[in-house]
Design a protein around this ligand. Sequence first.
Ligand code: ADP
Ligand code: MG
Length: 699
Amino acid sequence: MGKTNVPEIFGSMVFDDRVMRARLSAKDYNSLRKTIDENEKLDETVAEAVAKEMRDWAVEKGATHFTHWFQPLTGVTAEKHDSFITPSPDGGVIMEFSGKELIKGEPDASSFPSGGLRATFEARGYTAWDPTSYAFIKDHTLCIPTAFCSYSGDALDKKTPLLRSMEALDRQAKRILKLFGKEVKYVRTSVGPEQEYFLIDREMFEKRPDLVYTGRTLFGAMPPKGQELDDHYFGVIKPRVTAFMEDLNNELWKLGILAKTEHNEVAPAQHELAPIFSTTNVATDNNQLMMEIMQKVARKHGMVCLLHEKPFAGVNGSGKHNNWSMATDTGANLLSPGDTPYENAQFLLFLTAVIKAVDDYQDLLRLSVATAGNDHRLGANEAPPAIISVFLGDEISAVLEAIKTDSPYQGAEKVTMKLGVSTLPRFSRDTTDRNRTSPFAFTGNKFEFRSLGSSNSIACCNIMLNTAVAEILKQFADKLEGAKDFEGELHALIKETIAKHERILFNGNGYTDEWVKEATEVRGLSNLKTTVDAMPHLLDAKNKDILMAHKVFTESELNSRFEIMLENYCKTVNIEGLTMVDMVRKNYLPAIEGYLYDLAQTTSLMKSVSSNVKCNYEISTMERLSELTDYILERVKDLEKALEDLKGYDDILKTAEAIRDDVIPKMEHLRKHVDEAEMLTSEKYWPFPSYGKLLFSVY
Ligand code: ADP
Ligand code: MG
């Protein structure tokens, strides 16, 4: 890292605990801490004091503006900058920022998707400060993380339900801990998201309308080399990428983001960055920021960072791994096997709660990562399959099996499994046996949910995960509170839960056809292949029940999410379809025609010079290409019609189904012919950079 003093720059652009403690009075600081840690209502005078210190600090750091920074349902972040200036009587300005401005903002939000939640006459939503996520400075602007709601109180963003789901889990987990004699201030979920991305040359990027408009290539024949040599994974990082990563780390560290691990991924031009985990809502804010900064820094280095789930056919797409756990305010990880039998019993209760939650709410987890982009990974032949299952590893599996069957556990010592009494074995953390094909894997002291797409907001899956686990903890607490024989009932509950939910446990290879067959036909697990298949389950009674009972969503908020997610899917694919039509009509067909013209000219010229020439190459190429242009014309007309037909539906689900069943197959068909034509056409005539150029041009 050369001269960078990391501890010195780390968090230098964040109004974090260090700054608050140093700048606020002890009374104000303690009061704010209570709001942050224990959800206590914020005092107005404290808000005023915090605003003043924030402003002074931000102005010292060169900030001129402030913004409420929020996460509308578009999936990206939004900001609207206001400068601090207020006119002073002497004709100049002073820099002002009030407690009111800190706590509440009123962006004109009429153009954000609301899924019918906000009538147009009530366009303004409001933003409310989330004191649990620190304010920071970006581009000379003080950014205040906020929740975004309508005036009637409906959440219009992803942060609000995420915070509600964290509260739900906090409530229920504390009930369980109480049963084990533990009073804690709070239980929070923690997340470390590993982020995959591609880096390609900016000049190449700009020549491809498909990348510019949709973030992925809609055409492109495979180059002679893809990822088959596995020479990119963990390979030596190219100098230009190294320079990018250094710059990126610096920017992230300044923002207090714990960027930790970076390496090359499987596909050429693919990379990964993982931060150290933090509290879920902070991790979510940080991941949004990380994605934004990655794109900015890449541009500075003459590259473009692609966050699409499947930018290139034929090589791996990009995902995101959501490492998730629960911890108390004292830092005790609830998914960490303990040192004593009693602690192990508590661990096993939380573990089986997660297993049951994943089994009961497979569909919620699946739909929480469903987007048009991620459909290219899940349900296709890579990444985790669309079927959700849980990997535990051999050791924990053996422990659970022993409990289920009342048989001795063959660990280091042979013992009978009886929970809560001294015979429970000490099992160690099993971190060696990793199964990369599992969508939901226990990795020693946390679960890793691997189905997320690279561009997904991690808010969505954590909302579902937190709520599902909160629901199961609630059911467990309801059963165990007031139990006469706590240890006996605890043992019975864990045993029964394992027996009931073992169908979700799978340690084998999740990519095989046999697994799909077994999972769906024998075990009855759901296999929701596309966004269109998954999304309607959001409104299934069992799912609505828990999301509403734990006060994570209201019914109208759920309806709005259903609408918006499907709308997003339809718009995305529609833009892709239109881009294909555009490229084919304006570029591909004319380009092939140009080549055909030259081939025809050459052939007739050669034949006029000598009657002995056969022109086999020219004629056979011409014939096949001419045939292909006819196919391409037919297929592009098909696609145009399919896109036009979409306008006839006024129901969003019907539209989405038509896209899945009609538009997407036609896009694939069209692509096939264009890609074949690419292989037959002289490169000189081809209008766009090839896959080879896109994937291998960064050194
Ligand atoms: P890998 O999956 O490559 O083996 P690690 O297991 O070291 O890597 O960590 C992957 C991610 O999991 C990191 O972001 C790390 O901070 C995060 N992580 C580790 N412990 C926890 C935890 N208790 N809760 C949430 N995330 C965690
Ligand atoms: Mg991982």
